[in-house]
Every structure is written in C-alpha cells, then in structure tokens.
Write a protein that binds this ligand. Structure first.
Ligand SMILES: Nc1ncnc2c1ncn2[C@@H]1O[C@H](COP(=O)(O)OP(=O)(O)OP(=O)(O)O)[C@@H](O)[C@H]1O
Length: 254
C-alpha cells in the first residue's frame, strides 16, 4: 500500500558543545500512523522530537513536516502540530475548563471543553485544578490539550511514565482513538510493551543513532529468523496479568 509521508528527517545532527546527542539520523513518518522513537535514557529521543516540534535548534540536517521546511516555515509547522506541555506550563489557579478556554483563545479555535474532557474521561474534573489531578489524569489532560488546535500530528514524549497498569492501558486506548480520528501520533518511550502494543512502526535509537526501524512484528520476526531463542520458556501470563486480574482493568483514579 502506498503511504503518504508526513514527516521527513534527513541526516539530523544535534551537538551540545562537543557532545553529539543525535548523530545524523534519517527516518520518515507516514500519515495517520503511530510512530515510536524507542530507546534508553539519553538516546536522543526528546532532542529529536523537540527539533521536529520547532522547540530546539538543530546543528545540521533537514526536516520537513507536512511539506513545510523546518528552516523556512517553522510557523506553518507550529500551526499543524500538537505538543504535550510539561506540567509547569499550566497556570496553577485555573481549573481544567478555564485552561481549555485559555488555549482555545490562544489558538483562536473554539472548543467544547465539556466534550473534550468527556473524551478523556475527565468530565468529573471540569472544575478541578491541574495540580489536584492524579498522574494518569494529568497525562490524559495534557494529551487532550494537544488536540485543541486540531493538529494533523501530535507529539507525546514518554506519556505513560510513572502510571499504574490500568492508567497506562487506558492511555493507550485513548491514543489509539486519537489516531482513529485521523491524527498522526509520534511517541517516545522506553517501554517495549507500549511500543509493541501501540506503534505501527518504530525506530530503535541508541546513542544518537537509529539501529533498527520497522513494525514491531517485523523486528521480532527478524530477530527470531536470526536464531534468537528466549532462555526461559515463556509463561502463558506475566505478573502484570496477575495484577490486572486481581485489581481489575477499570481506571482507579476517578
Ligand atoms: N541542553 C542540553 N545540554 C547538554 N546536553 C544535553 C542537553 N539536553 C540533552 N542533553 C544530552 O543529550 C543526550 C540526549 O538527551 P535526550 O533528552 O534527547 O535523550 P532521551 O533519549 O530523550 O532520554 P530520556 O529518556 O532520558 O529523556 C543526553 O546525553 C543528554 O544528557
């Protein structure tokens, strides 16, 4: 099937002083896929994401987003992307409805706050302040806010770090729903189960280089074809299955 490329990264390099964090990486993201950048701490995932988001200067290389050249038209790129804010970006005295109204005003895009909160299971928190939310609720709200300017692409930097299994699974489903509604999703993670569950394709990044790029299935098949075998016999369930079986799959943070 012919896929339409929405992001092109070519020979991207980022140096911090004499340290090279990103060493000439190239990849493409297809429209409406969930694309993952996977790697250990310090691999260069956030740096790469922030360069594409126009938030960080690159040292060299070429990036285009939906046909816009990062060097020539960063403002056009800003208009079509949604970026997850760190919690420090939310005014402490406003409640969730007021925060949505604020962003909606900044983007000049009318938004039905009630409807947006309901999509992210936050209808009961409409009058709560951001700091009063649980970790899972904060993540859901920050993903909800990425959609206010109706972006073509959203960028999520380690969206499930620190969440319990129910909250992670709930967030995965919400991310899939966002994609089902036509948005391309670029995500960074160091959780392999997350990448396997969510990503159509992923790039494995290590020490600033892409060392593999494909769908999770193909990456696994290639490893097995190369003669890899797990040392231990695989059990039919794991500890997370036990935990979810005992505590249930429904969200616990309402
Ligand atoms: N502003 C900066 N100045 C100097 N070095 C930096 C800066 N930002 C990041 N680095 C370094 O660049 C490397 C890549 O960092 P980056 O945050 O992109 O990695 P990451 O893959 O996102 O890791 P993590 O999962 O820990 O966020 C790290 O070695 C980091 O210490």
């Amino acid at each position: 099937m012919e896929r339409h490329t929405i992001i092109t990264v070519k020979d991207l390099v980022k140096q911090y002083g004499d340290f090279t964090a990103v060493k000439g990486i190239s990849f493409e993201v297809y429209e409406n896929e969930i694309f993952g950048l996977l790697g250990p701490n310090g691999a260069g995932k956030s740096t790469t994401l922030e360069i594409i988001e126009t938030l960080r200067e690159k040292t060299s290389g070429h990036v285009t987003v939906d046909g816009f050249d990062l060097d020539k038209a960063p403002d056009n790129i800003k208009k079509i992307i949604g970026v997850q804010l760190q919690s420090a970006g939310y005014y402490p005295n406003l409640n969730l409805t007021e925060l949505i109204a604020l962003f909606s005003g900044l983007y000049n895009r009318p938004v039905d706050a009630k409807d947006l909160l309901a999509r992210f299971n936050l209808e009961d928190k409409a009058r709560a302040k951001f700091k009063e939310l649980s970790g899972g609720q904060k993540q859901r709200f920050s993903i909800a806010t990425t959609l206010i300017n109706r972006p073509k692409i959203i960028f999520l930097d380690e969206p499930t770090t620190g969440l319990d299994p129910q909250a992670r699974r709930n967030l995965w489903e919400l991310i899939q729903q966002v994609r089902a509604q036509g948005t391309t999703v670029v995500i960074t993670t160091h959780y392999m189960d997350e990448a396997e569950f969510l990503c159509d394709r992923c790039a494995i990044v290590d020490k600033g280089e892409i060392i593999a790029l494909d769908s999770p299935d193909v990456l696994i098949d290639k490893l097995v074809a190369g003669g890899f075998e797990r040392k231990k016999e695989v059990k039919k369930a794991n500890l997370e299955d036990v935990f979810l079986h005992l505590t249930g799959r429904e969200l616990r943070d309402q």
